[in-house]
Design a protein around this ligand. Structure first.
Ligand code: GLN
Length: 481
């Protein structure tokens, strides 16, 4: 049967196919594999297809509803919220018996021996993993140009540009209609920046609300997984499924979504609107803020710690990353050199440049001689940044700010300049430092360097403020459409 879906389908669109018996789950999975076949030669967002797994799950679901009547099918879809919904997941999230590499050669061919909480929660709701997505090695980067295997993902809005990183594969897949939703991880912006660059929705949840069990650790006190999708309702639905306390993650919490009936006050952190913000992004925001003023009280606010965020982030990030990468020694996991020293030889041969750079930086700043000057100092400033946000959130409920100073940059533009790449993260690193959530709402396209490129607004709240983000996000989506 021919399947009729919009280019960027929502979960609701697919559920309707099942409710009206227009397609079987297997046909829907087939349909999305056909989309991948058609589109991914140019985008290069997929690193692995999970065909066996996907068709097995699809056939189980088809059998399950085969002889059910309409009312029963409706009930099943109400209970299994992602029944027959294909999705993709970044290549750093474990699925039992599937290969997962973090796009590092040091894990080449590694087959996971258990599944992450994130995967299990989605599959329990009937979702079907059809592909794993490209990323920068071990989620270090901002562009998805630095997989250890050399695959570079392209932005569906402009094939010469990056999709953002490090969840660029997940974002590009959703934006090009190869899956209705995908899962990414965000340490310092890796869900938010690609969502913004590709023109889709994405959320970095409050730290601790989504279990990290079974996700490759990059920076344990920052990492959070979250969804990328085509509308806010889908983001909300998936996040609700993912936000469960897990006994396997000691930082996991069951507090979620503190709501408030009060009409939110919007804060504009003026520090992020200064030098360095591109004129095109600034104009778009000024227009949006004008329109928001008709609905909300909007106040300019001033942060005191903005200028320290990037330094604090890159000290803490590299210290934690260097510790987390210690386990890859060529003995317990993945690939090992056959001649030469096993431990240092394997690490030298199979870690990419950025991983090595971070190991060296992190080892240096946490070494006995420099610990107080760097790591310890950064921990202290982290606390000041947290308090700065706490202060601001006594005055306003939601911050509205850009996600990046500019739209998607060209492939190769920042490749030889790690500093330029780090600076691209300036608008996304302070929130993970303070453990607070950020939601991306696409604002539309700007004309930039001759291309039409998406720009996303970033809405930020205090810890557990996701409900308020959704409330304002919904209004924002209405205002701009
Ligand atoms: N660009 C940041 C970094 O390189 C954030 C990456 C991420 O969120 N995984 O560390």
């Amino acid at each position: 049967m021919a399947i009729n879906l919009p280019i960027n389908p929502t979960i609701f669109d697919i559920q309707n196919l099942y409710l009206s018996k227009q397609a079987t789950v297997t046909e829907v999975v087939d349909y999305f594999y056909a989309q991948i076949e058609l589109k991914d030669k140019a985008i290069k967002s997929v690193v692995r297809l999970n065909t066996d797994l996907a068709f097995r799950l699809a056939s189980d679901l088809d059998k399950y509803i085969l002889d059910k009547n309409d009312a029963e099918i409706k009930k099943i879809l109400g209970q299994k919220k992602l029944f027959g919904i294909p999705f993709a997941m970044k290549d750093n999230i474990l699925v039992s018996d599937e290969i997962v590499t973090g796009q590092s050669q040091i894990l080449d061919g590694y087959k996971a021996v258990y599944s992450s909480d994130v995967y299990s929660l989605l599959v329990n709701q009937g979702a079907i993993l059809i592909a794993q997505t490209n990323m920068d090695e071990f989620a270090f980067g901002s562009s998805t140009e630095f997989s250890g295997f050399g695959q570079i993902t392209h932005n569906p809005a402009d094939i010469d540009r990056v999709p953002g990183g490090t969840s660029g594969g997940s974002a590009a897949m959703v934006a090009s209609g190869q899956v209705p939703f995908a899962i990414g991880t965000d340490t310092g912006g890796s869900i938010r920046q690609p969502a913004s660059f590709c023109g889709i929705y994405g959320i970095r949840p409050t730290y601790g609300t989504v279990s990290r069990w079974g996700i490759m650790a990059s920076t344990s006190s920052f990492d959070q997984a979250g969804p990328l999708a085509n509308n806010l309702a889908d983001i909300q639905l998936i996040l609700d499924i993912l936000q469960q306390k897990s006994l396997r993650d000691q930082t996991s919490t069951d507090i979620k979504n503190l709501n408030s009936d009060k009409k939110p006050i919007i804060g504009i952190p003026i520090n992020y609107f200064g030098k360095g913000l591109s004129a095109e992004v600034r104009d778009l925001f000024e227009n949006t803020i004008e329109k928001l003023r008709e609905k909300y009280e909007v106040r300019n606010i001033s942060m005191k710690t903005t200028e320290y965020a990037l330094s604090v982030y890159y000290i803490l990030q590299t210290v934690e990353a260097s510790a987390n990468l210690e386990r890859y020694d060529g003995v317990r996991y993945g690939k090992q050199v056959t001649n030469g020293p096993l431990f240092s030889g394997s690490r030298d041969s199979y870690f990419g440049d950025e991983s090595k750079r971070r190991i060296m930086l992190g080892t240096y700043t946490s070494s006995a001689g420099y610990y107080d000057a760097y790591y310890n100092k950064a921990c202290q400033v982290r606390e000041l940044i947290r308090r700065d946000f706490e202060r601001v959130f006594e005055e306003v409920d939601v911050l509205l700010m850009p996600t990046s100073p500019f739209p998607a940059f060209k492939i190769g533009q920042n490749s030889n300049d790690p500093m330029a790449m780090y600076l691209a993260d300036i608008m996304t690193v302070s929130h993970p430092i303070a453990k607070i959530p950020g939601l991306i709402v696409p604002l539309g396209n700007v004309s930039f360097e001759g291309a039409s490129l998406p720009v996303g607004a970033q809405l930020v709240s205090k810890e557990f403020g996701e409900e308020i983000l959704f409330k304002v996000g919904e209004e924002l989506a209405k205002i701009i459409n």
